[in-house]
Design a protein around this ligand. Structure first.
Ligand SMILES: [Zn+2]
Length: 169
């Protein structure tokens, strides 16, 4: 009979950090906060850490100041390294709008009715490892649009982005 007390740690190091499937979400099966974010207590730490943040750091390096670990899949419990990247609070907010995680208080970025996607979403579509079908489901757009964006089809972006140069890989 084996019931290691550090099951979550084993899973974290052996499964999550070595995860190599860019498509499907990898759901954290252990402790989660009410918002769905997985947490873990690693050796040497007194408090729980956000798993997705640790994974994002593992995958993308330490966080640039002020950036959040954001999901390109909109699934707070997902810890797939391919679905995580550092994003500005504003990008993160827009992502959460896009995925319906929070109620949209205004039509920000969608004042122009022909702007189907924000710049942050377009960048996500290009950068995240999800298939076109997965992306189209997540963002509720057609797969044709996703393919078009990946082929760099011209698309109307959010007008007057005040900070267009903040992108990072
Ligand atoms: Zn995911």
């Amino acid at each position: 009979m084996r019931a290691p007390r550090n099951t979550a740690r084993l899973f974290f190091f052996e499964k999550v950090l070595k995860h190599d499937d860019p498509v499907s979400c990898l759901i954290w099966p252990y402790a989660k906060l009410p918002g769905g974010y997985g947490v873990i207590k690693l050796k040497g730490w007194r408090v729980n850490q956000y798993v997705h943040r640790l994974v994002c750091e593992h995958a993308n390096g330490p966080p640039p100041a002020g950036l959040y670990a954001a999901h390109c899949c909109g699934n707070a419990s997902c810890v797939n390294p391919y679905h995580l990247r550092w994003a500005t609070p504003r990008e993160n907010q827009m992502d959460r709008h896009a995925h319906g995680t929070i109620i949209r208080p205004d039509a920000r970025g969608e004042r122009n009715p022909s702007a189907k996607l924000t710049e942050a979403q377009v960048r996500w579509i290009r950068a995240c490892g999800l298939s076109a079908v997965e992306v189209s489901k997540n963002l509720n757009v057609t797969t044709n649009l996703v393919w078009g964006i990946r082929r760099s089809m011209p698309i109307r972006l959010e007008p007057n982005d005040p900070n267009p140069a903040r992108t990072r890989p």
